[in-house]
Design a protein around this ligand. Structure first.
Ligand code: GLN
Length: 490
């Protein structure tokens, strides 16, 4: 088969199957996606860069491996795009910031090494909010990404490029990072599957850090099944990341079809209050009905402290960011201001010129919350509240197997609608942030469309290191409804 349009509509598993059965080669697949990128990325702007020759070289090697019977597994020869905060040796890594505009990674991130060991074609660099700070991809120094379902609307963020690229069928798989919702919220707004694993499940080595106690790398795909495959490949203990957890990676994709019965899903009453868009509510109600009909038990639960998640997150995440981003100082690998006349100037002007407004806002807020005299009132209090939030989840999981919520309070919003009001932007992560504070796995699964044709996503939250169970509950729904397989007209 060499008709490009037939290739790029397929899911990752179908592509893998096609390559395996000699229906098409990895080179044909890679060429199909490259031509799709050329066709639609002018409109979508999901990619910041891609190295065509390098991708085709990897595809050729994959085809050679396969021809000599040495395939590295299901992902061998399949392209995977990366959010532009994940290191690929010799490739640019901008974090969508001017301050890293000329930077190239000197080494591969652990997830990149794992993708290579699985034979994947490590593909282009995907757009994001600068340093992953934002919910709309409007904070990219290189211009926003557009939502493939409506080009006048945002794709969500911060992994907007990773979500939009899968929705626009420019690549079957991508990786993003999620600190407060940055995989799940854009997945929901773009109508694809996105998963944040348990904190410690996936190595953060080689990920440009935003808030180290919250960041996790995770997969995007059209289906839960595909996300499970990709998660399995990138997971596992890594001695290079001291927070990576030494636990076995079970075969998530194999247990997908094992029904978890009886199964209890919790509906946190605090998540179903005011602020949720009517059409989102309607879609989630239908999801609840679906699970009920399939024999799941749905019960109301309470997560009382999660009401404080957004303020707690903005104290902790900004504190960690102010410390992590201190390394971008104009001295080492960042762009240096040409106007600097002395040492202090080098720091101040390089950072002043290199960082965008939201990044500066976060560094200032974070430094304030950590400063002596304010530390106890802000940072310490936020940490204590974080423990209470975690306790809420522990209590809930004594009763239920997973928690069901919407992923985002609204469908995709218009450009400019929230960018002037940081608080309203921060509230778009109201359902996702507590999962990061508690370190739990969460997945967003497409669950319908609004009357205007905008995707809606549901979120399932699981117990720590219970990704297998979470994925099988999500897959039960997704394999029947398959909303992620719907394709926008571009
Ligand atoms: N939108 C949230 C923020 O701006 C979450 C970002 C993320 O998960 N990286 O901090």
């Amino acid at each position: 088969m060499s008709d490009h349009s037939e290739i790029f509509s397929l899911t990752g598993s179908e592509i893998s199957h096609g390559i395996d059965n000699g229906i098409f080669s990895s080179q044909e697949v890679t060429l199909a996606y490259l031509s799709r990128i050329r066709e639609v990325d002018e409109k979508v702007h999901a990619f910041l860069s891609y190295d065509e020759d390098d991708m085709l070289r990897q595809a050729k090697l994959s085809d050679q491996r396969r021809a000599s019977g040495k395939s590295l597994g299901p992902l061998d020869g399949v392209p995977v795009g990366l959010k532009d905060v994940i290191s690929v040796k010799g490739q640019p890594l901008t974090a969508a910031s001017k301050i890293l505009k000329d930077y190239r990674s000197p080494y591969d991130a652990t997830v990149t090494v794992k993708l290579r060991s699985a034979g994947a074609v490590v593909g282009g660099r995907l757009n994001l909010d600068e340093f992953a700070m934002g919910s709309s991809t409007e904070n990219s120094a290189y211009g926003p990404t557009c939502n493939p379902w409506d080009l006048n609307r945002v794709p969500g963020g911060s992994s907007g490029g990773s979500a939009a690229a899968v929705a626009a069928r420019e690549t079957p798989f991508t990786l993003g990072s999620d600190t407060g919702g940055s995989i799940r919220q854009p997945a929901s707004l773009c109508g694809v599957v996105g998963m944040k694993p348990t904190y410690g499940r996936v190595s953060r080595y080689g990920l440009a850090a935003f808030a180290s106690s919250l960041d996790q790398i995770g997969p995007f795909a059209q289906t839960v099944e595909d996300a499970a495959h990709l998660l399995e490949i990138i997971s596992g203990h890594d001695p290079l990341d001291s927070t990576s957890y030494p636990t076995d990676v079970s075969s998530f994709s194999k247990i997908l079809n094992e029904p978890i019965k009886p199964c209890k899903l919790g509906l946190p009453k605090e998540f179903f209050g005011p602020g949720m868009d009517d059409e989102v509510r309607k879609s989630i109600d239908e999801v609840i009905q679906w699970y009920r009909q399939k024999g799941y038990e749905l019960v109301e639960i309470s997560l009382p402290t999660t009401e404080l998640s957004v303020p707690v997150y903005y104290v902790i995440a900004t504190a960690e960011a102010s410390s992590n981003l201190a390394r971008y100082d104009g001295i080492r690998y960042t762009t240096r201001s040409e106007k600097a006349e002395n040492a202090i100037d080098v720091y101040a002007k390089s950072r002043g010129e290199g960082f965008g407004q939201e990044v500066k806002r976060r560094c200032i807020l974070g430094a304030y919350g950590l400063s002596s005299g304010y530390y106890d009132a802000y940072y310490l209090r936020a940490q204590k509240t974080r423990t209470l939030i975690r306790d809420d989840f522990d209590k809930a999981f004594a009763q239920v197997d997973a928690i069901l919520t919407p992923t985002s309070p609204t469908p995709a919003f218009k450009f400019g609608e929230k960018s002037e009001d940081p608080i309203s932007m921060y509230l778009s992560d109201i359902y996702t942030i507590s999962t990061n504070l508690a370190g739990l796995p969460g997945i967003s699964v497409p669950c319908g469309f609004t009357e205007n044709g905008l995707p809606v996503g549901m979120q399932l939250i699981g117990q720590a290191f219970e990704e297998g169970k979470l994925l099988s509950i999500a897959h039960d729904y997704d394999r029947e409804l398959q909303f992620g397989r719907k394709q926008p007209n571009l």
